[in-house]
Design a protein around this ligand. Structure first.
Ligand SMILES: Cc1cc2nc3c(=O)[nH]c(=O)nc-3n(C[C@H](O)[C@H](O)[C@H](O)COP(=O)(O)O)c2cc1C
Length: 509
């Protein structure tokens, strides 16, 4: 039985833990990055909608509202497929040393793609009500159940309104082994990082299509697991994302047990029980637990999660450009051209672009608590090369659009912090999302850890989109030595530990 704080401690990287680790990858036993059911019927899909003209920078930072006339309510099969494709579909195939390498819409640790999306729908135009698994390999839906099961999700969320009226709710899951093959016990962290980048895309494309969508973290896990026919020691639900609005969903029907056969992912599965255990220790068992999770997070005092308001460091205002002046690259095109930048130019980036990336990527996301709360994380920048901003460590305060100077840094130190990946120091900026895990778990329990990691993952996904919306910017997510990062950002961040890291700048020519 592992507490989230203990899990986090046990899975930290240190220079010593990395140096003394004798683990080596077993390429013969590498899992497939796709789930394959053996006997399920499928629904083949047509082409996704390739061009959504909404600029990416607007799509990642706006929330169509159900009370706005413009909010789309109906959803059809084509829109559903477009959402799936740009969240987790294959967007690029490159040939490297004679091998075809397929890249997905969202970044994923180790390119292992362990996150899947399921759609639980009512009758929508072109598709009967059902429970579907999106298969990115064939761009089709596997049919898990026929019939309207949305009521199961409504009940699982204690009738949370967005789920109780949505024409479709997506469930994101992690099939642990697909990531644990390389990352072992760290897979539980990666589940939230990697679902976060997918959710960033999903929310942005939903906004581009005019749909309201919300990230829902409070639900009874077991009924959702049961609905999808999962065994949580193998694959478990992480988040629900209702998209669109409609009339109240019908009452939940009886849910028979299913356990559809799958083609094995690899020769054998190596068990890392800590992962499923950490997940299990953060589950919500009944309606009361769901309501109390929602209340506890919603009612927490502003400073309950150990975040920091502006202190007395020197202030550097940052000045994002307005929507008319900002890059107008459409969201779908931005996702298609996104790809982790391999090499950075050491040149400085424009201060206005820097400000615009931070402003659009790090505003609120729509959750059960609205878009401003809960404030679980702080953002810190290591600035190496931005026009007019001296190199240094800064805390970024999104509400005020101000950088607060905290100390000195160097490109060399930055590379060291990031698991000695010197390329990180070549970037113009390194952005760390930091959270006080002790305070969060103390306040709201182990589920708070999921949420903090997820907020870090969504920030990473939106940062990818905000940089690739610009012509001459690119970036990549990175991993780090947890304790060294805290030290580098202290004393301000001495109570916080890193969730995610994104390094961005100009591509090397
Ligand atoms: C949370 C996260 C952490 C990552 N950490 C590293 C890293 O430490 N080093 C690295 O080279 N790439 C890292 N990556 C980049 C992935 O390897 C990359 O996303 C994956 O290979 C897919 O390629 P693409 O982003 O170009 O689609 C990370 C990505 C994510 C989402």
């Amino acid at each position: 039985m592992v507490d989230a704080r203990r899990y986090h401690e046990r899975t930290k990287h240190t220079p010593e833990s990395v140096r003394t680790d004798s683990f080596s990858l077993d390429f013969e036993n590498k899992p497939r990055p796709y789930k394959q059911y053996k006997h399920l019927p499928t629904v083949t899909l047509e082409e996704p909608q390739r061009s959504i003209n909404d600029p990416a920078l607007a799509a990642i930072s706006t929330f169509p509202r159900r009370d706005l006339d413009s909010a789309e309510t109906s959803i059809d099969r084509h829109a559903l497929q477009t959402l799936c494709h740009y969240a987790t579909g294959v967007t690029k195939t490159l040939e490297k040393q004679g091998h075809q390498m397929r890249f997905r819409a969202a970044a994923c640790t180790g390119k292992l793609y362990h996150i899947d999306l399921y759609a639980v729908t009512g009758d929508i135009s072109g598709l009967d009500a059902g429970v579907y698994h999106f298969d990115p390999e064939t761009e089709s839906f596997d049919v898990l159940r026929r019939g309207d099961y949305r009521g199961v999700l409504a009940t699982a969320t204690a009738d949370y309104s967005a789920v109780a009226t949505a024409p479709v709710t997506f469930v994101a899951t992690s099939q642990w082994w697909r990531n644990a093959w390389k990352y072992r016990n760290r897979t539980y962290r990666h589940a939230f990082w990697d679902s976060g980048t997918i959710l960033a895309n999903l929310l942005a494309v939903a906004a581009g299509l005019g749909y309201e969508s919300t990230v829902v973290t409070g639900f009874m896990d077991d009924p959702v697991t049961h609905l999808l026919g999962l065994d949580p020691t193998d694959e478990a639900p992480l988040e629900l994302i209702p998209v669109g609005t409609g009339s109240p969903v019908p009452e939940a029907p009886a849910v028979e047990q299913i356990s559809p056969d799958e083609t094995p992912l690899s020769d054998h599965v190596v068990e890392y029980p800590l992962v499923a255990d950490a997940w299990r220790q953060s589950t919500l068992e009944n309606e009361m637990a769901v309501r109390s999770w929602r209340d506890q997070v919603g009612d927490a005092a502003d400073d309950a999660f150990g975040v920091h308001d502006q202190g007395d460091g020197r202030q550097v205002p940052v000045d994002p450009v307005d929507d008319e002046t900002a890059s107008g690259r459409p969201i779908t095109n931005t996702i298609e051209r996104r790809g982790s930048l391999r090499e950075y130019s050491p040149d400085a980036i424009s201060d206005r672009k820097f400000a615009t990336v931070l402003d659009r990527a790090l505003g609120g996301i729509l959750t059960e608590w609205g878009e401003e709360r809960p404030r679980l994380v702080d953002y810190y920048c290591l600035v190496h090369a931005v026009d007019g901003i001296p190199s240094g460590v800064y805390q970024y305060h999104p509400a005020e659009n101000v950088l607060e100077h905290l100390g000195e840094t160097s490109r060399r130190a930055a590379g060291h912090l990031a698991l000695d990946q010197s390329v990180v120091g070549d970037a113009a900026v390194n952005l760390y999302t930091m959270a006080d895990i002790d305070a969060i778990v103390e306040q709201v329990g182990n589920r708070g850890y999921r949420l903090a990691q997820l907020v870090g993952g969504i920030a990473l996904g939106r940062l990818y989109l905000a940089t690739y919306a610009h012509r001459a910017l690119g970036g990549r997510g990175f991993t780090f030595y947890d304790g060294l990062v805290t030290e580098h950002l202290s004393p301000r961040a001495s109570n916080q530990t890193p969730m995610t890291l994104f390094a961005f700048g100009k591509p090397a020519c």
